[in-house]
Every structure is written in C-alpha cells, then in structure tokens.
Design a protein. Sequence first.
Length: 300
Amino acid sequence: MGALAYEGRVADVWTVRRMLEWMADDFRGRGLDSPRLDAELLVSDTLGVDRVRLYMDLDRPLVPDELTAIRGRVARRRAREPVAYILGRRDFFGRTFHVAKGVLVPRPDSETLVERALALLEPDASTTVVDLCTGSGILGLTLLAERPHLHAILTDVDETALAVARQNAERLGVAARATFVHGDLFDAIPGEARFELIVTNPPYIASDVIDSLDEEVRLHEPRLALDGGADGLRFIHRILGAAPAFLSTGGVLLMETGEDQEFSVRRMAQEQNVWGTVEFHKDLGGRPRVAELHTLARAA
C-alpha cells in the first residue's frame, strides 16, 4: 500500500473513499478481473458493514488498526488469493457459505445443477439424495435448505472439505438432515442403498490444463478437487459406471462437467448401456454444464 498510509503522518488521512479508489487502481494495474468489487468487499468486511453502508460513509477516516488489517488483505489479494478465502465466505444460491483453503470456491455456474435438482424434487420431497465430492457442501446443503423434508448423504475423500461442509450445515440449520461420509465416491455408502437422485461436481479438469488456469485457481484452490486425470474424465467415468447400482428405477444423476465434455459423456453413457435418456443443461454463459442421466428400468 502507498507508504503515506503507514508513515504515521497526522495530516495524511485515509478515508474510505480514498482507500477504495487506491485499492481499485492497484488491483486494476495488476490485472485482477474485478478490482473495484474486490476493494469494496475487502474494505466493507474489514469494517464490519455491508457495501451499501460503506457508500453512506465514504468520507469516514480509517483508524490505524483498520489500515493495518486492510494492508494485510491487500497483500493477500495481490498474491492472487481468492477474495472468498480472504473473507472466509462466498454467496451461493442466495445463501452465505463458509469457505476455506482446501475446498473449491463456489461458482455461479453450479447453480444450474441446483436449479435442475429442485425442478425434479417436489416441494414436500422427503427422500434422501446423495452429494458426491461435496466440498463445502453447496449442492446438497442448498437442496436441504430449499426442501425442508429432504435428507442428504454428503461424501468427500478429503476430511478438510467435510469439516467445512459440516460447519455450513450448522450455519444453515440443516445439520439434523445431513449425513457426512468420508470416502472415495460411493465406497462408504451401503451397497444395498437406492436413491432417487444423486448430485455431484467431481474433478473434471485435465491434469495438463491445471497449470494454465488463472493464478487464483492454480496457486490457491486444491488440486485434489480440480484434477480429473489425463483427459479430465477419470471421475466422470467412475461415477457413470457406479451410479446406476445406487439409483432406484428411473433415478437421476445430475453431474457438473466441463464445457467441452458433452460428447464424451454421451459416448460413455451409451457404451455402458445402463442409462436411458441423457440431457445437458447450459450454464449462465450458455455452455453445456450439467449432465442429467436417467437410469433404465431394471429387468424383472
């Protein structure tokens, strides 16, 4: 941050307005995608106010402790740490979720899957859904929050992710209807269990692509939650092969995929000969993002 803010010169007053302008200029010069928004989020959170209140008090001088706290956050953002990690939270589908290093930052495109799942679930649905690779829990826990009689089993291979998901279940008031299972995909789910709906956002980025992603992603987000193997399809293939055994007749798998993976998913589903209809739903950018697969009726 500009040296004047920390030289202790009484005449040099840093107001909210000045800080926002300086941070936005600094972030913009470093090539960050949303410099002004980042500045607003970091300053408002440091001061404990929302962004509306921030703009009602733009000429308020910042005290030394606030300047020190903001300086630390500016340094983290300069290092391309995602704003969600700095704040410890991210909004998703109208709710605030706790996030931390070790879990993926929720993306708006994942709301496409939630919207489709809610279209499939009756308002009074009391069934149990499965959320594989749950991460921070945004998929399964959002469904629980939207459907008050629903239950969910949320699985992840990473204990850190499950700890974050448990915190979010408590924050949302749905913990009593959520069961958390540590394990690799279906490994920890009883083999005789059958479900009407399975949702998942598995790792689906090809290994050699990860190092070319934005610094926010490749330097800070967990590779375990990103890396889908050489072709990005390792976990997708496993899920497509195993899911039918855990779905009831006519059950549905909703799976987030890469925008260029529709053909591969359709081909794998056809080759496995256990799936009926396969549809794709587009994300906010109009790209095929969510695969919807229905099981074939079992032979009598």
